[in-house]
Design a protein around this ligand. Structure first.
Ligand SMILES: [Zn+2]
Ligand SMILES: [Zn+2]
Length: 129
């Protein structure tokens, strides 16, 4: 069992103690204990990280998930063109689902998107006439 713990630690330096423990069906305390006794580091080595957007390798001091702010913005936002004023604007992907339309909003306007509520209002106002 000790050998298994040590082997897993060495084969999988990025695994946490908890991962090794669950792999062997033992407690994390046991894993730590064995590794300490063997003089092996109990903490995992942080894996290499890459920019989630462009794949550039991140330096160890870079604790973020992106190499720069542009990548961060482009990863979580999508460029959109306002249906009313043709302005290019960025919208968070997560908020795309709820803005500007949700289940309750009329399906007629689903293919349109607006930079601001003002533009949405203007667009809808035109439609009425
Ligand atoms: Zn990047
Ligand atoms: Zn607009």
């Amino acid at each position: 069992m000790k050998e298994d713990i040590i082997r897993l630690r060495q084969e999988h330096p990025h695994w946490t103690g908890a991962r090794i423990a669950s792999e062997l069906g033992i407690s994390r305390q046991r894993v730590n204990q064995v590794l300490l006794e063997a003089g092996i580091r109990t903490k995992r080595i942080a894996p290499c990280r890459f920019c989630k957007r462009c794949g550039t390798k991140l330096s160890e001091s870079n604790l973020r998930e992106f190499c720069n702010d542009v990548c961060k913005k482009e990863y979580s936002n999508v460029p959109l063109i306002c249906s009313e004023c043709d302005t290019l604007f960025w919208r968070r992907i997560s908020s795309m689902l709820v803005y500007p339309f949700n289940e309750k909003t009329s399906t007629r306007n689903k293919k349109y998107i607006f930079c601001t509520k003002q533009c949405q209002g203007r667009f809808l106002g035109k439609g009425k006439n």
